[in-house]
Write a protein that binds this ligand. Sequence first.
Ligand SMILES: NC(=O)c1ccc[n+]([C@@H]2O[C@H](COP(=O)([O-])OP(=O)(O)OC[C@H]3O[C@@H](n4cnc5c(N)ncnc54)[C@H](O)[C@@H]3O)[C@@H](O)[C@H]2O)c1
Length: 287
Amino acid sequence: MKVDDVKVVGVLGAGTMGSGIAQVCAVAGYEVVLRDIEERFLERGLNTIKKSLSKFVEKGKISQDEMDSILSRIKPTTSLDDLENVDVVIEAIIEDMDAKKAIFKELNDIVKREDAIFASNTSTLSITEMASVTRKPENFVGIHFMNPVPLMKGVEIVRGLLTSDETLNFAIEFVKSLGKEAVVCKDSAGFISNRILMPWVNEGIWVLYEGIATKEEIDRGMKLFTNVPMGPLELADLIGLDICLAAIETLHKELGDKYKPCPLLKQMVRAGLLGRKTGRGFYDYTK
Ligand SMILES: NC(=O)c1ccc[n+]([C@@H]2O[C@H](COP(=O)([O-])OP(=O)(O)OC[C@H]3O[C@@H](n4cnc5c(N)ncnc54)[C@H](O)[C@@H]3O)[C@@H](O)[C@H]2O)c1
C-alpha cells in the first residue's frame, strides 16, 4: 500500500499515547477511528486532545476553525467493528502481549482491506510475536511514537522478522506524512529507545530507593549534569509507572539481570501511584 492510499487510520487505546497518535493523524488530514473499551476512557482521551490543540491555537500555530475540523475527523467508539474500513491500524493499548495478540486476532476478521497495515506502538514487546497471530505478518510493523506524541519528532520503526520491505517503507513514509522522522531498528526487546532509556529511569528509582539522594536532587542533578529536559523520576511520572515497570520487566526477562526492576517501582504500581495519569507518582499532580 502507498501512503497516498491511506484515508482512515484506526487507533486502539485512547490513553496517553493513543490520544496523541489520533491527534497527529487527524492533524495530518486522516480520518481517525479511535477505539477504547469504555466511554470514560474515550472522553478522557478526547479532552487531552482538545487541551493540546487549544495550546496550538493559543500559540497561533493553528486557527480555531482548523482545530474544529481536526476534531471532526476523530470518531470515538467502543466497538471494534467500527474499524472495518481502516487502511492502517495503530495499536496503543496496555503493554501486555496477551491483550495485544487478542485484539489483533479479532481484527483479522474485521478489517476489510486485504493489504491493510497493522502496527503496534509497543515500548518493548516483540513485534514478531504480535505479527504471528495476524493474517499477514509481512504487513505488520512497529511504529513506536514518543511521549508527548504531538511534540516529539522521532518515531522508531521496528522491523519484525517477517515485515516486508514494502511495509517498512510504508511506515517510514507514513510517519513522514505526520511531520515526523523515522529511525529504523530490528525487533529486539526495548528496541533502541527503551533499551537505553528504561534502565536509566529504573536506575534513578534505585538511587532513590537506596537513599542516595532525594527525588528532587536526583531529577535536578540529572538535568544539570546531562542537559536532559527531565530527570528520571519526572520522566517516569510522565510515561506512567505501570508502563515503565512492564518495559523493564520485559528487558529483564529477555536480556538478563542487569535490568532488574527496582522494588520501589513495583510497590508504587501496586499502590496505584502511576504518575501524572493518576494524579500521583513520585510527585503529586493534584495540587
Ligand atoms: N506512556 C508512554 O510514554 C509510552 C511511550 C511509547 C509507547 N508506549 C506504549 O503505548 C502503549 C499504550 O501506552 P499508554 O501510556 O498510552 O497507556 P495508557 O494506560 O495511558 O492507555 C492505554 C489505554 O488502552 C485502553 N485499552 C486497554 N485494553 C484495550 C483494548 N482491548 N482495546 C482498546 N483499548 C484498550 C485502556 O482503557 C487505556 O485507555 C503501550 O504499549 C506502551 O508501552 C507508551
